[in-house]
Design a protein around this ligand. Structure first.
Ligand SMILES: *Cc1c(COP(=O)(O)O)cnc(C)c1O
Length: 382
């Protein structure tokens, strides 16, 4: 089996699982309890919080664990919007659904939303943001790196515009965290979302960085966990796993970036050399180290995925059934692709564990599959 859908999720790293196991077994105490097993659990959470804070260049008191990246996005957006006076909020057309649907929800509930357009490579133009800002703008949310096409936004420049107008700036950094360097001070963001399962940690745990002094409503009422802002007995093992995964990602960051980037570029070149009528989606260089996204003209992405699956290759597409609807990906449409072409897209997301041999195998399998599907397409012969 060849797994190249690391943008969807990643396997838990063995070291991470080892660190988690005790908190699922003998060290089962509730972190709010004062006896030994409780104290141990509490200490483990503090250690993980420090690891996440360090990875982001933040203070431990600015890291709030959540139940996922989606929860961090929802909290950041609704929490800031609901604590502000202004009724205008800004995001982009290419956000993850956790962000996009939160904005749509607010749009149906008294807020006015501006969705910034992106160029053909998926980049937001800072001038567009500058032009969209109003007197009553109370939140800007722009993702650090896109999960489908991998494009990395000029977050520092965008956050600077927000700062000049004293508008809170949130970024969904779920795809970027652990894959490219990120520092909240350098970027100048006020809120930033991350998730464990995209970096070799467990599913069901994320975190929200909230800059000291940022106005935000409490996420969950109940106990005093997460500095009194997000009640719930902590997912101790998950949090421990997240901290460990983040530590590993930071330790190996440069090495992983070099390895994954060269694998990505090798694969892109091979596909372009061997398959005609294909388009690389996303920015050629300002893109995530492991991200590849191609549109193949005249074919349907779903069929492509199924045929790759039969060959033991697990990848993703931005079209049809995967997203539970017949519409092609909103991201591919936003970068200007025609419906037909957007439907024929394939996302391959490499991790540092993938190999050149695997990349070769994928290309070798892809060539006849694309040809077969094109032979079946009435459009191809025209
Ligand atoms: C995966 C992902 C999320 C959601 O994170 P979960 O932990 O799966 O809820 C949000 N934003 C982006 C960009 C993602 O890739």
């Amino acid at each position: 089996m060849i797994y190249v859908d690391n943008a969807a999720t990643t396997p838990i790293k063995p070291e991470v699982l080892d660190k988690m196991m005790p908190y699922l077994t003998e060290k089962f105490g509730n972190p709010s309890s004062i006896y030994k097993s409780g104290r141990e659990a509490k200490e483990a959470i503090s250690k993980a919080r420090a690891d996440i804070a360090e990875a982001l260049g933040a203070d431990e008191k600015e890291i709030y664990f959540t139940g996922s990246g989606s929860e961090a996005d929802n909290w950041a957006i609704k929490g800031v919007a609901h604590s502000a006076k202004g009724r205008h909020i800004i995001t982009t057309a290419i956000e993850h659904h956790a962000v996009l649907h939160s904005f749509e929800y607010l749009g149906r509930n008294g807020f006015e939303v501006t969705y910034l357009k992106v160029d053909n490579d998926g980049l937001v133009n800072p001038d567009d943001l500058r032009a969209a800002v109003r007197e009553d703008t109370s939140l800007i949310s722009i993702m650090t790196a896109n999960n489908e096409i991998g494009t990395i936004q000029p977050i520092k420049e965008l956050a600077q515009i927000a700062k000049e107008h004293k508008i809170p700036f949130h970024t969904d950094a779920v795809q970027a965290f652990g894959h490219i360097p990120l520092n909240v001070e350098d970027l100048g963001v006020d809120l930033l979302s991350v998730s464990a399962h995209k970096i070799g940690g467990p599913k069901g745990v994320g975190a929200l960085y909230i800059r000291k002094g940022t106005k935000i409503t409490q996420f969950m009422h109940g106990g005093a966990q997460e500095y009194g802002k997000r009640a719930s007995t902590e997912n101790v093992a998950g949090i421990v796993g997240f901290g460990c995964a983040a530590g590993l990602a930071m330790k190996n960051l440069d090495k992983n970036i070099a390895k994954t980037t060269s694998l990505r570029d090798y694969f892109i070149k091979k596909v372009q050399e061997s398959i005609p009528h294909c388009r690389l989606n996303g920015h050629p260089t300002k893109r995530l180290p492991g991200n590849v996204n191609f549109s193949f003209e005249f074919i349907e992405g779903e069929s492509l995925l199924l045929m790759l699956d039969m060959k033991g290759i697990e990848a993703s597409s931005g079209s049809a059934c995967t997203s539970g609807s017949l519409d092609p990906s909103h991201v591919l449409l936003a970068i200007g692709l025609e419906h037909e072409i957007a439907h024929g897209s394939l996302r391959i997301s490499f991790s540092e564990d993938n190999t050149v041999e695997e990349a070769d195998t994928i290309v070798r399998e892809l060539i006849p599959i694309v040809q077969r599907l094109r032979d079946m397409s009435p459009l191809y012969h025209k």
